[in-house]
Design a protein around this ligand. Structure first.
Ligand SMILES: NC(=O)c1ccc[n+]([C@@H]2O[C@H](COP(=O)([O-])OP(=O)(O)OC[C@H]3O[C@@H](n4cnc5c(N)ncnc54)[C@H](O)[C@@H]3O)[C@@H](O)[C@H]2O)c1
Length: 373
């Protein structure tokens, strides 16, 4: 495909961040945008100079000038919007999570197989500079054999849109699942999860979940390694964190406890006082086409006041990497990473984990359709 990929952006909260990146990318153009509120739609379209404006998603999908949709709508809308887009012959990039039920994940995986269209879950963590740094060390053999993985995502959601009150911590777990599985390109085989503490009654009623914290072990398929992840959304005192720790035989990486302080690298067999070293993680903009390299910088974040960036530290410079991966996959006619099966496996870890928590930690196996990548 030599012509630029024609993208439509759906949802213009977090979604608006990606528009200038697509507009700068030589292989892409933003041909349309969609949001329900017409006044806000026109404001964004004028700001970014986009002609085609849709308040109705179905009308957008009927537009033959669109190759793929990038979905950034609220979580309950991810699955049906992805399915309708695939039915309309559009490739899909969708923000996390893929869906909120195992059955919806299955439907998306099946539809991608049937149609041959591309699907990518836009997981920011596996394109963050920290993940790319750790992955590079792993691939060069600097970490040695991986012995254990751990990730945490505490986030106090008071102040976010109220639909978050209906969410269950492990139903939004891809930011912790994805680095643990993505580092060695493993899939999850089964999980065991414990719930801990309790949220205030109003949240428990809305979400149907009473646990404040959910803490889960993941068994990696075809591997002797397991991972530990934990999450909360409400009623626990802790600063935002999206951490990833990797323990290898030669080196281990531990995330800082306090946002914006240096991470720590441990090296085995050194004198005790020299084992731990604070490090600066380099940027990975050089992996990108020159015209979008600047977008890894926090200064290029379009809406720096959005709580997502205040809390998420600009998502580790991941946005231009996500855009470039999906645009390249469509143009090169290859699967993006993560593809539909991998996205389903990552998403279903959280869905199975919550099921396990409701059964007192019983082991729950990942569904078969998420294991055949
Ligand atoms: N690190 C990350 O991966 C990350 C960070 C932030 C947000 N997100 C995800 O991005 C999504 C959006 O988050 P947000 O904070 O921007 O939410 P938001 O509520 O501020 O924005 C949602 C947008 O979707 C639009 N929308 C909703 N329903 C629609 C419909 N039927 N048709 C067209 N447009 C519709 C709304 O008009 C709005 O513009 C969420 O799913 C969230 O999980 C991911």
């Amino acid at each position: 495909m030599s012509k630029p990929v024609r993208v439509a952006m759906i949802g213009l909260g977090f979604g608006a961040e990606f528009i200038p990146i697509y507009q700068a990318h030589a292989g892409a153009e933003v041909v349309a945008i969609c949001r329900r509120n017409e006044v806000e739609l026109n404001k964004a379209a004028d700001q970014f100079g986009i002609e085609k404006r849709y308040t109705d998603y179905a009308a957008l999908l009927a537009d033959p000038d669109i190759d793929y949709v990038h979905i950034n709508s609220p979580i309950p809308d991810h699955a049906w919007m992805s399915l309708q887009a695939l039915d309309a012959g559009k490739h899909v990039m969708c923000t996390v999570p893929m869906a909120t039920t195992i059955d919806e994940c299955r439907q998306i995986v099946e539809k991608v197989k049937e149609t041959g269209l591309k699907y990518m879950m836009a997981e920011t963590v596996v394109y963050s500079r920290e993940f790319l740094f750790i992955k590079q060390m792993y691939e060069k053999g600097e970490l040695g054999k991986i012995q254990h993985l751990a990730a945490s995502h505490p986030q106090d959601m008071d102040g976010w849109p109220s639909y978050w009150e209906e969410m269950i911590p492990m139903h939004y777990a891809t930011h912790v699942v994805s680095p643990c599985l993505g580092l060695t390109d493993a899939l999850a085989e089964y999980v065991s999860c414990f719930g801990s503490g309790e949220v205030r009654e109003s949240i428990a009623k809305k979400s149907g979940n009473r646990f404040a914290v959910e803490s889960c072990h993941i068994k990696l398929k075809d591997s002797d390694v397991s991972a530990h992840i934990w999450r909360f959304l409400y009623d626990v005192a802790r600063q935002y964190r999206e951490s990833f720790d990797v323990y290898g035989t030669k080196k281990s990486f531990e995330w800082t406890l306090i946002e914006n302080e240096p991470h720590v690298l441990h090296t085995a067999k050194k004198p005790e006082a020299e084992i731990a070293e604070k490090i600066e993680v380099p940027d990975f903009a050089h992996l990108l086409p020159a015209e979008i390299q600047k977008f890894t910088l926090p200064s290029e974040i379009h809406d720096a006041d959005h709580l997502s960036f205040v809390q998420g530290g600009g998502h580790g410079g991941s946005h231009p990497h996500l855009v470039h991966e999906m645009v390249s996959a469509v143009r090169e006619d290859r699967d993006p990473w993560p593809n539909a099966v991998t996205s389903a496996n990552w998403t279903c870890v959280g869905l199975c984990a919550h099921e396990s928590a409701t059964k007192g930690g019983e082991i729950v196996k990942l569904p078969e359709f998420t294991l055949q990548s």
